[in-house]
Design a protein around this ligand. Structure first.
Ligand code: PEP
Ligand code: MG
Length: 753
């Protein structure tokens, strides 16, 4: 084994025992610099740590004047130490005083030292300090010395991370080379502005043990993990889903190629031989790669950083036995950061502290988006490489209006954000003041605005917004957060609470719409190739009639003496609806048998969200008391375009002529039959879309509570006659969308969209 490899190993063990030993943290740090200086045959060894505001403070030194400790402070970028912190890379100089960035601090007495080697002390990708060795004689340090010092710096990072030297709070504040403010673009999924500290949905990996007890064993752990990672990737690439190629496959092929990258593996192996644990070795190489590649301008190469990052994280998780997947607890104003997020996962968070969400993926009609809107949490999706730009605990602002995520925002951005928040509050106050005003066009056409709900926390919004009722109560949300199937009496309680809160206003309960992206813990989950078109909603209910029967029973109990509105989701044909009605009728009959008070009336409706049903509309309207159009699903099937695919999020526009013509024909059939028709998809909550829908004859919208104010304002500013002519004349357009024309029309006619 080469000398330079075995030597740092001994040094690491000594350092580790010094750090784990007794005495005050400062004393231990003083001993650490002495040990390093001795072992590296250096006249000077100093440790600078990053403090709040990006200041590097001399914390310990062997060789420089003692009085400089805690006195010498440099900003990031200032002097050679500041340069190391700024770039996050080692700096190796034989003639330091001649370097243009050399800045002499008389209190240190360092002018006599010619050679300088500084390495950043990194913790999960951020610079938390700088470790320096210096010698009087001019010399360039050997590559193995640089390596050794970098490894040592990892061990020091462990001591720093403990928070004994610098308060943990300070450590997570803005500092170092990764601490520059940056702004990333995304796609607004739920409106508003929110700010807080970054919390990772999948917590970042934590490495608690860096120094190896047994190098052989660590080498074996690393080799085993690499082998396991390769097996996992082979399985992924060979998965039948990918058999026909496509982009997924290409991405995975690239991954597989990286998994065999010799240079990468050699570096990790060397890091283990130098005395690190397997996970610390992977992390060390990961950080190094990231720091090096972050300087590269080529976008393709930069993309590769995240590939290597992903692989390294995968590898660390394999090494650690994948035990880092617990949910983060929120304790202060937080912004949730994730690649993707499920609706149930979102609901698990404490909404009091959840101020915003930023995702690398996500689309406008995915269920997590709907939940975020319902909870009134601003959310931005499709933020490229979000995870690699941010560290846990950093400040983040999510602004859905400008579609920006501000990471470590600068002072002026913070100020203007505060102003925006104020404006947001002002706007909310204005909407609240308008809540009693009718949603009526200038020429006297009334539109009924209802709200969508699903959680009990949504209910106060009925009064706050002036909504005329709940047009869609998504009952599945309660099931998604329950560990076991809620019993009839538990369900009854929830439905009663919703009806009580609504008072005289109607509540339309939709029966369970689970499956697809709404998974419940108590039902086995089949791996389906196409879950959105798979075993979900009414299909599950009809195959497991007990589930539907108990739910209908709970709904009937909660509506004793009142009017019950119930509707069935994902109905594809009238025959299916009839089967549902038969089950409902049995449950109504059962009430009499058990002498339970029946509802005053039972109104039955269904969702129109599968296109086939539109071709039975004439039959359908005879079977229902009301109809609700679920454009979120309807449109994904209409365009054959997965609603939760981030890649397709902007592919088709709902203001396309075929969509509008199709919807108009449904509105007309319902009006002709005298059946009330509501649109309850996300489309209706956007003022411009709602404007088109009203022009096509729709008079009932069920939307998220936060949309009621803006949509009502739009309705109150239109002159329907003029708008109708305009929209109808655009229906024959061959354009991809008539959005631009509508926006211009709104601007020219002073419509508030
Ligand atoms: C819809 O599909 O438009 C709808 C309202 O139902 P969900 O979004 O819950 O699937
Ligand atoms: Mg739906």
């Amino acid at each position: 084994m080469p000398d330079h490899v075995s030597q740092p190993r001994l040094l690491l063990r000594r350092l580790h025992s010094v750090m784990a030993g007794s005495g005050k943290p400062q004393d231990r740090l003083d001993r650490v610099v002495r040990v390093i200086a001795q072992n590296m045959v250096a006249e000077v060894c100093s440790i600078y740590l990053t403090r709040a505001g990006g200041v590097l403070e001399l914390f310990a030194t062997e060789g420089l004047k003692e009085e400089a400790v805690h006195l010498t402070r440099l900003s990031v970028g200032e002097g050679l130490v500041g340069l190391v912190a700024e770039r996050g890379l080692p700096l190796n100089l034989s003639e330091a005083p001649q370097h243009p960035r050399f800045s002499y601090r008389p209190e240190t007495g360092e002018d006599i030292y010619h050679s300088f080697l500084g390495v950043p002390i990194l913790r999960t990708g951020r610079v938390v300090g700088v470790l320096v060795v210096q010698n009087v004689t001019p010399r360039r340090y050997k590559p193995e010395e640089v390596e050794a010092l970098q490894t040592i710096s990892m061990v020091i990072a462990e001591l720093v991370a403990s928070g004994e030297l610098v308060d943990k709070q300070e450590l997570t504040e803005d500092s170092g080379s990764t601490g520059e403010p940056i702004t990333l673009d995304g796609l607004a999924l739920a409106g508003g502005v929110g700010a807080g500290v970054a919390v990772f949905h999948q917590p970042q990996i934590q490495i608690s043990r860096t120094v190896a007890e047994d190098i052989e064993a660590e080498s074996q752990r690393l080799e085993d993990a690499i082998a396991e990672m390769r097996v996992q990737l082979e399985e992924l690439v060979e998965h039948p889903n990918l058999a026909h190629g496509g982009e997924h496959r290409e991405v995975l092929e690239t991954y597989r190629m990286f998994a065999y990258d010799r240079g990468w593996q050699e570096k990790m192996r060397e890091a283990v031989l130098s005395g690190l644990t397997a996970e610390a070795a992977v992390d060390r190489v990961k950080t190094e790669n990231r720091m090096r590649m972050a300087k590269i301008r080529d976008p393709y190469l930069r993309e590769r950083i995240s590939d290597f990052d992903d692989l390294a994280i995968r590898l660390i998780r394999i090494i650690q036995g994948d035990k880092n997947s617990h949910r983060a607890e929120l304790t202060e104003d937080s912004v949730l950061i994730a690649r993707s997020l499920g609706p149930a996962e979102l609901m698990d968070y404490d909404s009091r502290y959840l101020k915003a969400i930023a995702l690398e993926e996500g689309s406008t009609t995915s269920h997590v988006t709907i939940v975020a809107r319902a909870m009134g949490i601003p959310m931005l999706g499709r933020v490229p490489a979000l995870l690699s730009h941010i560290e846990a605990g950093e400040h983040v602002i999510v602004d859905a209006a400008s579609e920006h995520v501000y990471i470590r925002p600068a002072e002026d951005v913070l100020d203007s954000y505060k102003a925006t928040l104020k404006l947001q509050e002002q706007l909310h106050a204005e909407y609240a003041a308008e809540r009693e005003l009718p949603a009526e066009t200038k020429d006297g056409e009334k539109v009924t605005l209802l709200m969508n709900a699903g959680l009990l926390v949504d209910l106060p919004s009925l009064d706050n917004t002036g909504a005329e009722g709940i047009g869609l109560f998504r009952t599945e949300f309660q099931f998604m957060v329950a560990p076991a199937l809620p019993k009839v009496d538990e369900q009854t309680k929830i439905y009663s609470a919703a009806m009580d809160a609504a008072g005289d206003k109607p509540v339309v309960f939709r029966t369970l719409d689970i499956g697809g992206d709404k998974q419940v813990p108590f039902l086995p989950r089949d791996e389906e190739e196409n879950p959105a078109m798979g075993w979900r909603a009414i299909r599950i209910a009809l195959d497991r009639p007990a589930l539907l029967r108990y739910q209908l029973r709970a709904l009937l109990y909660s509506a004793a003496g009142k009017t019950l509105h119930v509707m069935f989701p994902m109905i594809a044909e009238v025959a299916e609806l009839r089967r549902c009605k038969a089950i409902l009728n049995k449950e109504i009959a059962r009430l009499a048998k058990y002498e339970k008070e029946p509802p005053k009336a039972v109104k039955v409706g269904c969702m129109l969200e599968v296109p086939s049903l539109a071709w039975q509309i004439d039959l359908l309207v005879k079977e229902v008391d009301f109809l609700s159009i679920g454009t979120n699903d309807l449109m994904q099937f209409f365009f054959a375009c997965d609603r939760s695919s981030p890649r397709l999020a902007n592919r088709y526009d709902l203001l396309a002529p075929p969509v509008l013509s199709f919807l108009r024909s449904i509105f007309k059939a319902c009006h002709d039959a005298g059946v009330p028709v509501t649109l309850c998809g996300e489309m209706g909550g956007k003022p411009i879309e709602a404007m088109a829908l009203v022009a096509l004859g729709l008079r009932r919208l069920s939307i998220s509570p936060t949309s009621i104010g803006p949509v009502k304002r739009m309705i109150r500013s239109i002159n329907l006659k003029v708008l109708e002519d305009f929209v109808h004349s655009n229906l024959t357009s061959a354009e991809h969308s008539i959005r631009d024309s509508l926006v211009h029309f709104a601007r020219d006619h002073d419509i508030k969209v």
